[in-house]
Design a protein around this ligand. Structure first.
Ligand code: FRU
Length: 484
């Protein structure tokens, strides 16, 4: 990913591109109000999420110079309330031998007033390799900062010689935390593996330990008992309400009728009872657009998760209409996590209640650039439906008993344009669906069923005359719009 930027003044180069395209992006009807977007170009994974000296910091995989990705930078934005984001200059680029093809994903650790950022330096060697075993070098690097914006020199912490021999070079996305005087780093990995004579790699995670953040040694591997995808990206390991949660993105899981419908998956396993991860795997989000989430604990002790509202390698099947206006992708609304009924529930952070909301009359409305919130309660045994868009082009959310279906078909039964040619996703709740909350911020809809038991995220692209909401069959329904 990404070419080495030789120009020393890379920050100015990015700034110039952001300024050059500012008006074009500002006038794009698909820009959002409360979601993190690339100032220009492409964005993917959230990185280095943290609250530092009271301010929320979000970094992200950023390609300002190409709307179709390619990487090259860590973008940066800050916020006081997780909803209003101020964009800062990018903080990292590909300026070392070890990260010359990509400053890949990573995480933040805050200690004694200093921010430490751990990330993967990626190198793709020129030449003809099969790109699984060879042709790639992955290193884990560290920078530190006193203000979240200006970074120290880079230090290489781990390189190819430090990984177990049976791993391929696909080792990345360090998430680091401190526990009882030791530091731990979890990395996503692809283990060289065979099914008889046939090559079939195994996705797994490696946990390293350190006493000083500089020297690291392998502590243990987290391996599935049965093959569970060929590669795990963006792992995260944390405690939540007394349970041990492993979050990871397995690539290569077979699609099932109501599960694993996207190209790559992203979910969590509860490891508390010592089960191997695949036994308890649950997808984080059952919508069309979700991948590579990262969690962090804020200064109030909340566990907050933010995902990328996109999926890698789907450019051909999933066209984001914002591309024509010079940008692509966004992050989700931050979600607060809790364990309830043996599963992780995800709710939009309570800061959304501090926005100034105005109630609409009735269950039919038009919307423009405001954020919209639809709150419904269902009536037992009666199906309910929320339509966002017109009959020709739009998203239908159909809820009945324990089943929620999100559909992008038009009247003729063809996938409608706003779904990028995609059609249907289905979710199930443990018991009846009682209520649903839908947040719409211009070109994204996020659906939280039963207070966060099932979540579905999807991008929607509606032209002005198509921006309609229709709700049917609910016991109660309130539609709210922000006033700002
Ligand atoms: C996930 C991912 C990561 C990698 C990053 C590169 O979307 O492939 O594994 O670090 O994107 O942009």
């Amino acid at each position: 990913m990404g070419k080495e930027i030789e120009n020393e003044n890379w920050v100015n180069k990015v700034r110039a591109e952001e300024n050059r395209q500012k008006d074009r992006l500002n006038s794009c009807p698909f820009r959002m109000k409360y979601h993190i977007m690339p100032p220009v170009g492409w964005l993917n994974d959230p990185n280095g999420l943290c609250q530092f000296q009271g301010t929320y910091q979000a970094y992200f995989q950023y390609s300002p110079l190409s709307v179709n990705g390619g990487g090259g930078f860590w973008g940066h934005c800050t916020s006081q309330d997780l909803l209003h984001w101020q964009y800062q200059d990018p903080v990292l680029t590909t300026d070392r031998l070890e990260d010359r093809s990509g400053v890949y994903s990573g995480s933040a650790l805050i200690e004694d007033g200093t921010m430490y950022l751990f990330y993967t330096g990626n190198v793709k060697l020129p030449g003809d390799y099969d790109y699984i075993d060879e042709g790639r070098i992955s290193s884990q690097l560290l920078v530190s900062s006193k203000d979240g914006q200006h970074m120290s020199e880079k230090t290489v912490l781990l390189g190819m010689k430090d990984y177990p021999e049976d791993m391929t070079a696909h080792i990345r996305d360090p998430k680091v935390w401190k526990d009882q005087g030791h530091y731990y780093m979890i990395l996503g990995a692809r283990k060289r593996d065979f099914d008889g004579d046939r090559r079939r790699d195994t996705g797994c995670a490696l946990v390293y330990v350190s006493y000083n953040k500089k020297q690291w040694k392998l502590d243990h591997e987290i391996l599935p008992e049965e093959n569970f995808g060929y590669m795990w990206e963006c792992p995260d390991l944390f405690e939540l309400d007394g349970e041990k949660i492993l979050s990871y993105c397995p690539q290569g899981l077979p699609a099932e009728p109501e599960r694993c419908q996207n190209l790559y998956q992203s979910g969590y396993s509860i490891l508390t009872n010592g089960e191997t991860p695949e036994k308890t795997f649950q997808e984080w989000d059952l919508g069309f657009d979700f991948y590579a989430p990262q969690s962090f604990e804020d200064e109030n002790g909340r566990r907050i998760l933010i995902g990328w509202a996109g999926v890698p390698d789907t450019i051909e099947t999933h066209r984001n209409l914002s591309v024509q206006n010079g940008w692509q992708h966004c992050l989700t609304i931050p979600r607060e996590l809790h364990i309830e009924n043996g599963a992780v529930y995800q709710r939009p952070v309570c800061e959304i209640d501090t926005l100034s909301w105005k109630r609409e009359e009735g269950t039919l409305c038009r919307f423009g650039r405001e954020m919209v919130k639809i709150e419904t309660a269902l009536q037992e045994g009666i199906p309910a439906e929320i339509r966002i868009g017109t009959e020709e082009n739009g998203l239908t959310i159909h809820m009945e008993a324990d089943r929620i279906q999100m559909t992008f078909l038009n009247k003729k039964g063809e996938p409608s344009a706003c779904g990028g040619g995609r059609a249907i996703r289905i979710g199930r709740t443990a018991s009846e669906i009682r209520h649903a909350l839908v947040l719409i911020d211009n070109s994204i809809a996020e659906i939280f069923v039963n207070d966060g038991e099932v979540v579905m995220t999807t991008r929607i692209y509606l032209e002005k005359p198509e921006r309609m909401i229709t709700v049917n069959g609910c016991r109660t329904c309130e539609i709210w719009k922000t006033e700002e």
